[in-house]
Each structure stands twice: as C-alpha cells, then as structure tokens.
Design a protein around this ligand. Structure first.
Ligand SMILES: [Fe+2]
Length: 478
C-alpha cells in the first residue's frame, strides 16, 4: 500500500469516526464573524479592474462549458473600439494554434449606456483531460489564455468543484476570489448574484457589469464558471426605462442550455467528470406545468448514476435557510421540487442569496400538506444536503442574524465570507470544505465527507447480499 493511499485511508477513517460522533447532535452556530473589509465596492480606477492596453484589446474574458459532456467550451469576451473578429485560435501547445473557431457578436443598451461588442465563441470537438491554449484579438492587441478540459465522463473520475455565490466587487469579493484560486478548484459552480451592478443607477449599471467582467477574468478566463441566475440579474428598472428582465446577464453570460434540451438559458444541465449538475432558475416560473417544471422532470430521468454518480443541483434561493435574511423565500419552490429531489436521491443542493454560510443535515418535509401530515422537516436518508454559500462578499454585507434557536435541520452556520470546494474522490466519496476568508490563508472551517447517495445505498445492498450468501453457504456445509 502506497503512503498516499495509507494517508487517504487514515483521513477517511478519522472523518468517519468524527461523523459518527457528530451524528444526531445539535447543529452548530458559529459565533465567529469575520468581515475584514468594509462592504463597499472597489473604486473603478483600482488595478483589479484594469483595462488591458491597446486598441480594441479583448477584455472581460470568461469561459463556460459548451456542451452536455465537457468536450466544448464557450469563450466570451468584450471589445470596445470596434466589433473586430470573433475568432478563437486554439491548440494543445503554447503559441501553436492549429485550430480556430468563429463566434458571434452581440451588444445592447441599458438606459444611455451602450455595451461593448460582446463575443461568444463555441469551441467544440475537444479532447478530454487536455490542456488547451487559446488566443483572441488581433496583432499587438491579441491575448492568450489556457484551460484544461475535464476527464471523460466516468463514475470514478476525480474532480474538484468550487462553489461561489453573491460575489460582487468589494475587497471581500477579491479576498474570496483569491482564496478560491489557491484552492485547487477546477470549475466554479456559481450560485447567482454576479456583479451587483443593479445597486447602481443609469449608465453606471453597465459600467459596473464591465468592471466585474474584468475582475473575475483572473479565474474565469482559465476555468469554466457554471452560471446560475440570481435576483441581482433581473434588473427590472422601470425608472430608467429598463423592463426586460436579465438583459445584461443574458447578453454577457452564455450557457449551453440547448445541449440539455432546455428552452431557456436560465435553466440547464451539464455532465462533467463524475457529476451531473442541474442548474435551476429561482426567478423563472417553476410551478407545475411550466417549461422549467417539464424540463426538470425529463432531465432527472436522463441522470445515469452508473456514469455520473454525483447528482448536484444549484439554484439561487435556498430551500432550507435559518437566517433572518430571506427566511422562507425558498418555500415556494420546496413543495414543487422537493419530492423529486428525494425520489432521485440528489446528493447536494447548493444555493446562495443569503450572505452567510449554512449546511443542513439530510432532511425532508415532503409529507406536510396544509391540512395534515408532519409539520416539521424530518431526518431522511434519501434527502440531499442543502448548502448555502451566499457569502462571496458583495457590497450588501453579511447576513449576521440567524434565527434562534437553531432549527434541528441546520448542521452548521456562520456569518463570514468564504467559498466551498467539493473534491469528488470516486463514485462513493467526496471531500467537502467551506473555507472562510482569513488572513493570507484558506481556513477549512466546515469539513464533511459525503457518501454518494446512489452508490452508498448500493454498497449497503451488496453487503447485505454477501451476508445472506455467506449464511446460505455456512448452512449448506452442515
Ligand atoms: Fe440574491
């Protein structure tokens, strides 16, 4: 046995022991609150928002998955002087671009603000588990980046997701981003509320979308960010004559929604390595018979846990939240979708919206109805764990008031800024951490090993079968 394997097993054992000790115990409300910086946006002239030098130089570069299975990316960027080419040159060796792809250009207005030329280019037919270099722009104004494609869809594929929410563009946001970039995360599941540009008025709204695009480029140009929509993307602003919901967001952030048979960029699904990720929109119709409801019903049937054991749902509004902020806002979705989450044994549901961290036990409340049934959530082994990571660090500050007493379903909660990582080890286990932003280091504050909801129960069944077989054999001997 290698030292690495031995260490892994030791770590696993200690986690198992710890989780056994914690089982059934009351939840933890951490009284620690860390808010290092004031909740104000970084000034526009700060270097974190720097506009790259040169004529018509691409800026606000970001990538996202471009297909269902991870063999494509959508590369997006903005040029400001003229449309310029929408071409991406790419290849597997640095500075050698053997291939190219053509994208599209769009732009929009918001009040009197005129956006730059927004480019979206699908780069497909990629090899799995390969580093690609890419180049956009022309001549002296061109820029080069790289990304790594995921391993092929495989139940035991090792892969690390980062989870970030409600980021904004303050010094706390910068701290979250910098801590995340040291975490080893390979793809970000972003749980909504991107720029907080809607906190501004008139032309400043568009300007703050641009600054945010430059702000996240340091990570989003090099690894996919999987986008979920939040309330700050709605931008329903009749005072300014702007009443088309999600206008800035939809123009700027593409999603591969058609690859999962969705009819709307705001809800879709992707498969990546050993995970099936379902992205829902809290701010699109979801009640029975709506398009999102129909689509989710069909998408859940397409999930194949033999190929992608880890079933993860992301949305903006948490279904279980014991913070005073946004309390009960997820209750409209819960009676519609919760029974499906239980039936399909969803592993984890990540949300944002509440500017604090919270993790639930596995609980459900599917037997309650307005005239009878259990009134409170009950422990349920088939239920997902609900995790709120709305603590990216935006200008609205922390949601510091948790409801007291802590409900039985709440396992851990703390009002500090941070991000999470989910390191999927294989089909049965994943290491999960919530990392509080702390001075110069990433502090894993809440750590759990999750057993896969599908394979854990299958293993149990197999153990049972083996036990029964051994009984038969021993009886047959006599
Ligand atoms: Fe929100």
């Amino acid at each position: 046995m290698g030292v690495k394997t031995w260490l892994f097993q030791l770590l696993l054992l200690s986690f198992v022991l710890l989780s056994t000790v914690n089982k059934g115990s009351a939840g933890i409300t951490s009284t620690f609150i860390r808010s290092e910086w004031p909740s104000t946006d970084i000034p526009l002239d700060n270097e974190v928002f720097v506009v790259p030098k040169g004529y018509n130089t691409p800026q606000q570069v970001h990538i996202t998955q471009g297909d269902y299975d991870g063999k494509a990316v959508i590369i997006s960027w903005v040029t400001t002087d003229e449309p310029g080419p929408s071409k991406v040159q790419y290849g597997t060796s640095e500075k050698q671009y053997s291939y190219s792809a053509e994208g599209i250009i769009t732009n929009y207005t918001f009040y009197n603000y005129k956006s730059g030329y927004i480019h979206h280019c699908l780069v497909d037919g990629l090899e799995y588990d390969t580093k690609y270099y890419y180049k956009i722009g022309v001549g002296d104004s061109s820029r080069e980046f790289w990304f790594q494609t995921p391993p092929k869809i495989d139940p035991d594929a090792h892969y690390t997701f980062g989870i970030i929410g409600d980021l904004g563009q303050t010094y706390n946001s910068l701290s979250t981003l910098e801590h995340y970039m040291q975490s080893g995360g390979q793809t970000v599941l972003f749980v909504g509320d991107l720029s907080y540009a809607d906190r501004y008025e008139y032309n400043d709204v568009g300007i703050r979308w641009d600054s945010w695009g430059r702000f996240v480029e340091r990570s989003a140009a090099y690894q996919p960010w999987i986008w979920t929509v939040g309330n700050h993307e709605i931008e329903y602003m009749p005072k300014m004559g702007e009443v088309v919901p999600f206008k800035s967001y939809l123009n700027r952030y593409a999603t591969p929604y058609m690859a999962s048979k969705s009819t709307d960029p705001l809800w879709y699904a992707i498969r990546r390595a050993s995970a099936h990720i379902i992205v829902l929109s809290s701010y699109s119709p979801f009640v029975k018979y709506t398009p999102q409801w129909h689509w989710l019903r069909e998408e859940l049937k397409r999930v194949d846990r033999e190929k992608t054991p880890w079933l993860i749902v992301v949305m903006h509004v948490p279904i279980y939240n014991s913070n005073e902020a946004h309390f009960m806002e997820g209750e409209s979705m819960r009676p519609v979708f919760e029974k499906w989450f239980i039936h399909y044994k969803v592993d984890l549901i990540f949300a944002g919206h509440v500017h604090a961290y919270e993790r639930s036990y596995r609980i459900s409340n599917i037997h309650y109805n307005v005239s009878s049934g259990d009134r409170y959530p009950i422990p349920d082994k088939s239920a997902p764990v609900y995790i709120t990571v709305g603590d990216g660090g935006n200008q609205e500050g922390l949601a510091g008031r948790f409801r007291d007493p802590q409900p039985d379903y709440s396992a851990f909660r703390e009002a500090s800024y941070g991000h999470s990582t989910l390191e999927i080890m294989n089909r049965t286990h994943a290491f999960y951490h919530w990392n509080r932003n702390d001075d110069g280091k990433k502090v894993a504050t809440d750590s759990v090993i999750f057993n896969n909801q599908y394979w854990a129960s299958n293993l149990q069944r197999r153990k049972l079968k083996k036990h029964q077989f051994m009984n038969v054999v021993s009886h047959a001997t006599y």
